[in-house]
Design a protein around this ligand. Structure first.
Ligand code: FMN
Length: 197
């Protein structure tokens, strides 16, 4: 699968098979994330991999919203993520190096996409998550105050499929009667501006 094909194919997955992901597969995803571009090459991100069975069940309830539906929502037991990666910003090193939060937040997004594409190539579905309740996930995972949580990526072998369709009036993805998610995307000609506006 080439990179463009992977990008076209990728859709968020929120329902997973109850199959553990080998550590080597997960480590490869984080390896891809660590090589993403970072502002001034400061590399102020650390990656907390959660794949312990008990912790997985403790992280899940900290997620406040799945597919824009407030908790309790999201996949039922037996279909929940089999790993999470918490992409964390080291705010102490950020201060020491004169890094800016704007830059490190962009870094976190770039790292997340690298991770997501490396996962896709290995057959793993992902869901980027910003709605993890910070105080709760911190407590569950012992994350010290020096880290700001950039984004969490939920991972697992896909147990749903998703169709990309052309956006007309709503951007919100929806499920059809077969449980297939439709994800409206704006057309290239609507988003691509060339030279001056
Ligand atoms: C910054 C960011 C935060 C997100 N947070 C959540 C979240 O908290 N819960 C969730 O179910 N999906 C979340 N998503 C996934 C989006 O809902 C999803 O990317 C969007 O619906 C488009 O679908 P696609 O990824 O299949 O293109 C997030 C995505 C991004 C980029």
């Amino acid at each position: 699968m080439d990179v463009y094909e992977a990008i076209m194919k990728r859709r968020t997955i929120r329902r997973f098979k109850d199959v553990p992901i080998p550590y080597e597969v997960l480590a490869k995803c984080i390896d891809a994330a660590r090589l993403a571009p970072t502002g001034r090459n400061l590399q102020l991100l650390d990656f907390l991999l959660v794949d312990d069975e008990r912790l997985l069940s403790e992280v899940f309830p900290t997620i406040a919203s799945w597919a824009q539906t407030p908790r309790p929502s999201g996949p039922p037991p037996g279909h929940r993520p089999r790993a999470y990666v918490v992409i964390m910003i080291d705010t102490v090193r950020e201060k020491e190096t004169g890094g800016s939060r704007r830059s490190t937040q962009v870094d976190a997004g770039m790292a997340a996409e690298n991770l997501i594409l490396a996962a896709l190539e290995q057959g793993i579905g992902t869901c980027a998550i910003l709605s993890a309740v910070e105080s709760e996930i911190r407590q569950v995972l012992n994350i010290p105050a020096k880290y700001e949580i950039g984004v969490v990526v939920a991972m697992g072998y896909p147990d749903e499929s998703s169709i990309t369709e052309v956006y007309t009036t709503v951007t919100k993805p929806y499920l059809d009667e077969h449980g297939v998610r439709h994800v409206p995307k704006r057309k290239l000609e609507d988003v691509l501006k060339r030279n001056k506006l």
